[in-house]
Design a protein around this ligand. Sequence first.
Ligand code: MLT
Length: 267
Amino acid sequence: MHPRFEQISYEDAGTGPAVVLLHGFPFSSSIFQGLIERLSGKYRTIAPDFPGAGSTSALLHPEDASMELLAELVKVILDQEKVEQCVLVGHSMGGYVAMAFADAYADRMKGLCLLHSTAYEDSEEKRQARVRSIQFIQTHGSELFLKQMVPGLFASHYVHAHPDEVNQIVKQSQRIPAEMLIAYYRAMMKRPDRSYLLRTLRIPIAFVFGKEDTSLLLDQALSMISLPGDSTVHVLEQTGHMSMIEHPRLARLLDYFIDYCEASLIG
Ligand code: MLT
């Protein structure tokens, strides 16, 4: 095991073809709990906690955080678990990690799902928003930041209808150390454009977008969909950035996609 990644924790449930779920910012593998329960009935479902999240301690020097290093961590887990190939599902920041993984290890992938995520780099506007978020965390602390930020990732009607659940998710996110939140913001700002990979990857690609996502705006997200050869696009009604929580049928969509990836290998 790579010395840096000795204490990486990950869910590993079920047997069958492997699917790896990569969580977004500022979450952990627990955000996929419902999906893991559903998918693991049919697939080997692996979901790591990135450093500082869930049961994985911060491990990294914050300066070292990068999407490439997190992709390396995914590779270490696949090697350790003797998983030759998998379908990678990346939620938002997890999607940026999936793109970094695809850049280095495309031969380990059977399919890619960008779940509320993009292959493009940050726009200047997004970078400036991240700088403001970092300043807010440094001035007011991460608890207040997350209390304000996390509910905004859901469609507003969902927050009104499920305040306790959203509050619980806010509390889970507040366990991540502030320096790791800042480190991930800086790492996301530095990530390169990887949209060219969508053109060159020879695997099925699925995009899942929420119509009410204010973090990844639909019109920007849709500009990616003509790039890959073989792609599926799901635009979900009444859904923000958090379909694994907001949209009960996401597991079905993913099940269909994973099946399709498996069939593409045979066909
Ligand atoms: C995430 O959910 O991982 C974040 O919204 C990603 C981002 O800030 O770009």
